[in-house]
Design a protein around this ligand. Structure first.
Ligand code: KIV
Ligand code: ZN
Length: 521
């Protein structure tokens, strides 16, 4: 069994185009802050993604700023921005990507009868002219232009071929035929690429691309079928996030090509050992939990529960595993961490999970790990990741939690007594509320006055069992800026307080970056 990258024939090299920051971010509730987008982009770049679609620059100032910054920072990847067919869109996109060492403009237009009639309210001949105009405009800015026939899989084939031919003639270097509504099937999509490539006379002048949505659960299968049909670029997202049911999941595509290279003889440059880390990061910044049974990166993807499976695994791992967990960044041995584990084992564990901490941060994390191990029967990898992420998030914070005592139960009012360290000074307060979380948030508000509005409060258990660590996500909004922060603890109420305080610290950093005189409140 090999899951190592198999570099083969150059003609079978597939370009990985990641659109987590554009199509992924477009799905309800997945918006990311500027800093979070930069963090995700840096990881994608380091992981070997060929093209990062960093956003939709015309959509907002924030999107423009993020695309522009990612363009400046990207070391290896091509940085693309999305634009509709209008001149304003394309010019704004060009402005945003111009600092990339390899910029791309991705411009799209609907070509299906239903989109042309109802969405664009245009006749096919008008759409055809717009295709030529949009690609020509984009090519005046950059050499690397992608054109997408939105709703391509529901487009009449003759018209699709005419548009593709015209786009290539106008200078498009990549032609994307998206399955915008997740409607196609593998054999149909493969045939679509074969037909277009055969019928369009200049098709050899462009790279063909797949872009599949998962409305019928076939996005990954369709993408791979499109490659069988001759496409050599796959557009996908980490964890498959995206509009509605999402996009094709990058991690599944990469590992399908690797594990089943015998029947899918294609290859890419992704460092698969970073897949788990990328999945966790995207899940954390979007607050979208990864489904436990998600292929490749789900918590259960390499877990074995039943006696028969465990017995098989103990005899030979290939009985129930088709790939090596370490090849996707999951530690091979489940080194059980508990209260008897020492600092050395803890440091090794962190390394295995992808963390290199300095001595002080390591000591703090180790002390917190020991405290957790005292309270909890099993400390899982996820607990350690939550704990260290929490530690890193708090390192530069001006407000820190010192202690919290809560009175809860049926005899209200619920009451919180809170001590915070604010810029090195301890401040204490007591507050009541409509439930313990409300009491805690009221106490925080009285010590750190602010106008921010709570938009989201979400709790999930990091691992199973009643002693599991809770991970709380809080989203706050203030003057149009939103921040999302997490807090983890074995006590849900403490995790709630940490998440809220982390969000206030993030808001304070944001305020300070705009106006360095501004402190809290
Ligand atoms: O799904 C789609 O058609 C898109 C295009 C903008 C490429 O996301
Ligand atoms: Zn899409």
């Amino acid at each position: 069994m090999t899951t190592q990258p198999i570099k083969g024939d150059d003609r079978n090299r597939v370009v990985i185009f990641d659109t987590t920051l554009r199509d992924g971010e477009q799905c309800p509730g997945a918006s990311m802050t500027f800093e979070e987008k930069i963090e995700v982009a840096e990881l994608l770049d380091a992981m070997g993604v060929d093209i990062i679609e960093a956003g939709f620059p015309i959509a907002s100032e924030g999107d423009f700023h993020a695309v522009s910054e990612i363009a400046k920072r990207s070391q290896n990847a091509v940085v693309a921005g999305l634009s509709r067919a209008s001149i304003k869109d394309i010019d704004r996109c060009a402005e945003a990507v111009k600092h990339a060492h390899r910029p791309r403009i991705h411009t799209f237009l609907s070509t299906s009868p239903v989109h042309m009639k109802w969405k664009l309210q245009k006749e096919p001949h008008e759409v055809f002219e717009m295709v030529v105009a949009q690609v020509t405009r984009a090519r005046n800015h950059v050499d690397n232009v992608e054109w997408s026939a939105e709703d391509g899989t529901r487009t009449e084939i003759d018209f699709l071929c005419r548009c593709v031919e015209a786009a290539i003639k106008a200078g498009a270097t990549t032609i994307n035929i998206p399955d915008t509504v997740g409607y196609t099937t593998p054999s149909e999509y493969a045939q679509l690429f074969r037909t277009v490539r055969e019928r369009v006379p200049n098709s050899d002048k462009a790279v063909f691309s797949v872009h599949c949505h998962d409305d019928l659960g076939m996005a990954v299968a369709n993408s791979l079928a499109g490659v069988d049909g001759g496409a050599r670029q796959i557009e996908c997202t980490i964890n498959g996030i995206g509009e509605r049911a999402g996009n094709a999941a990058l991690e599944e595509i990469v590992m399908a090509m690797r594990v089943r290279n015998d029947v899918l003889p294609y290859w890419n440059e992704i460092n698969a050992q970073m897949l788990t880390r990328a999945s966790k990061l995207v899940s954390a910044v979007t607050s979208f939990p990864v489904q436990y049974n998600k292929a490749i990166v789900g918590r259960n993807a390499f877990a074995h529960e039943s006696g028969i499976h465990q017995d098989g695994m103990l005899k030979h791992t290939q009985t129930y595993e088709i790939m090596l967990p370490e090849d996707v960044g999951v530690s091979k041995t489940s080194l059980v961490m508990g209260k008897h584990s020492g600092r050395h084992a803890f440091r090794e564990k962190l390394k295995e999970l992808g963390y290199e901490l300095g001595d002080n941060a390591l000591n703090d994390a180790f002390n917190r790990f020991k405290a957790l191990a005292d309270k909890k029967k099993h400390v899982y990898d996820e607990d350690i990741v939550a704990l260290v992420d929490d530690e890193i998030a708090q390192a530069n914070d001006r407000v820190k939690i010192v202690s919290l005592t809560v009175i809860a139960g049926t005899q209200g009012p619920q009451q919180a007594t809170l001590v915070l360290d604010i810029d090195g000074t301890h401040k204490t307060t007591q507050a009541t509320g409509n439930g313990p979380v409300d009491a805690i948030f009221n106490a925080i508000k009285s010590l750190v006055p602010h106008q921010a509005r709570l938009q989201l409060y979400q709790v999930h258990a990091v691992t199973e069992g009643t002693d599991a660590q809770a991970e709380v996500s809080v989203r706050l909004e203030e003057n149009g800026h939103t921040v999302t922060a997490r807090g983890a603890d074995s006590d849900t109420l403490v995790a709630s307080a940490k998440a809220y305080i982390n969000a206030l610290n993030k808001l304070a950093q944001k305020r300070q970056s705009v106006n360095p005189q501004t402190a809290y409140g």
